[in-house]
Design a protein. Sequence first.
Length: 363
Amino acid sequence: MALSIRAKALLFHDPRSLALLEQVERIAHSDATVLVIGETGTGKELIARHLHAQSGRTGPFVAVNCGAFSESLIDAELFGHETGAFTGATQARAGWFEAANGGTLFLDEIGDLSPALQVKLLRVLQERQVVRLGSRRPVALDVRLVAATNVDLHHAIAAERFRADLYYRLSVATVNLPPLYQRPGDILPLARHFIQVYGSRLRQADVTLAPAAERALLAYDWPGNIRELENVIHYALIVCRDGRIDADDLRMGGRLPGGRTAEPSYDAPPLPEDIAASPLERLEALLGELLETGEAALFDTVEERLIRTAFAACEHNQVQTAKVLGLSRNVLRTHLKRFGLIGAEPAPGRGDIHSFHGMSVAL
């Protein structure tokens, strides 16, 4: 899997980032399992790759997104399978754990694993061996596991969506990666890095940032983190003139559902006194009215409206919707199917397996 530009650039200049980098490098020399916690787009894979590079391990770095694939496929791919283990398994294949033997396995969006897979992962961490689907013979492992999540796992544990014993196994060493707006010293160095890389691709040499553009970049709070900064700079290079990016070339100010928002450029009208209460207070009042009217199946109705509203606000992005609602992606998909917002997944076949292998593993 090709790396994005942001995953190649270890550009930490902010004092908070430098302190984090020092912590990461101390952790790297141990074999401790690491849990990286941070918002989407903050560079969690970048941290995992740096951990691997500093660890001295000679095996490969294997990156897997647990939230990108269906449960029926990720089971076989994570632990491997033997010939005939399921329909389409025409030959034996090693799983990601075996592929990373001697190196590091990075499991992103670990909070999206189903309860059954959580049990299997816990067993692998405890026993340091894996058993392929359709086999009874264990395979010994020497793998450094780095997991990452943008989900509040404490909340997920309280809601019984994530196993507490697995959390403690994963979080032997925890790295909290702050969002970009909390490390402003990284913003301009990253922007200049993206200018250099995308400028080379677009055959634009020596493009500079105008002072007003620098101030705009520093003033914005980057709800999409480094990923958003990368896209903003890429677009600015396309539309800028005379080798200079001005503030008007920066397409910012949009809202990422569930994230922060930039300050509006206009003064919002004051709210009438009768609706000036907090959103939760207004919601509580509305629920009280519905209870008084005897609304039928109120719980199911409210739950469906919440799922539908969040899914629409997130532009049908399942990862963002799950984050907004504090759910794992698997739980969210169950609700989406129940309310007819997505269709049922097709049964895995031979073509699914091959296409999955073609896009899943980054070595």
